[in-house]
Design a protein around this ligand. Sequence first.
Ligand code: PMM
Length: 272
Amino acid sequence: MRTLVMGILNVTPDSFSDGGEHQTPEDALAHARHMLSEGADLIDVGGESTRPGSVRPEVEEELARVVPVVEKLAGAGVIVSVDTMRAEVARACLDRGAAIINDVSAGLADPDMLATVAESGADYVAMHWRGHGDVMDHRAHYEDVTAEVKAELGQRIEAARAAGIASERIIIDPGYGFAKDAEQNWELLARQQEFVDLGYRVLVGVSRKRFLGDLLRTDLGPRPVTRRDDASAAITTYSAMQGVWAVRTHTVRQHRDAVEVMDRLRAAVGSR
Ligand code: PMM
């Protein structure tokens, strides 16, 4: 199956690359429509920035940001995932038709999350995570980053299954940039195939992240966030080649093109 393209819709004032751009429900919906017109397969709606150093919004604030947008999109038949660490937000969005809960903490931030998702029968993204934005940069210590991320994710998979989330509903994500420095992100990427080989669907989120800005730095400093999209798409090509389930991205068109090309190439290789 072709790798899917998940368009990012951050309804936040402070996300690292698009914070403040889609704050009203109208702006957010217009941006979602744009991403869908460019070929997004699903839309990931988030109301909390997870950037290093970020301050968490109150739950009421997060609900006010995401619920109207989720309701409209899901009501229009769009496959919606919700980027939240809070069971209360997940429940409200599932009630309004969200299909996937994308929990960057894999159940660690809210003890009620796994049971809430299990009850709903929705799909669940479990990402590798070691703490909120205020502490994660201090927790980027590993002997063997891939082995440790796999082991820690394995524990979260077990917890999700024990709570009643079926294996086929679980999607895993190595969590690029979350408690990982640039070197660790590259090391993880180099061994990304090992995550695919675990047998779960894999989601990859590298779009515009800091390690790409650092790679492309010049004397003027890191490459600005909005000029990291070609680099992000290069990783999408690589991920599609490995059979990753979906890529999470701020811009859609070049990622959709990349996954179409890789899908066609895989078919051509397979028919030889
Ligand atoms: N990255 C961000 C937010 N949510 N969710 C998943 N599953 N994987 C990620 O890598 C991920 C995520 C941070 O990026 P953003 O602030 O641009 O949304």
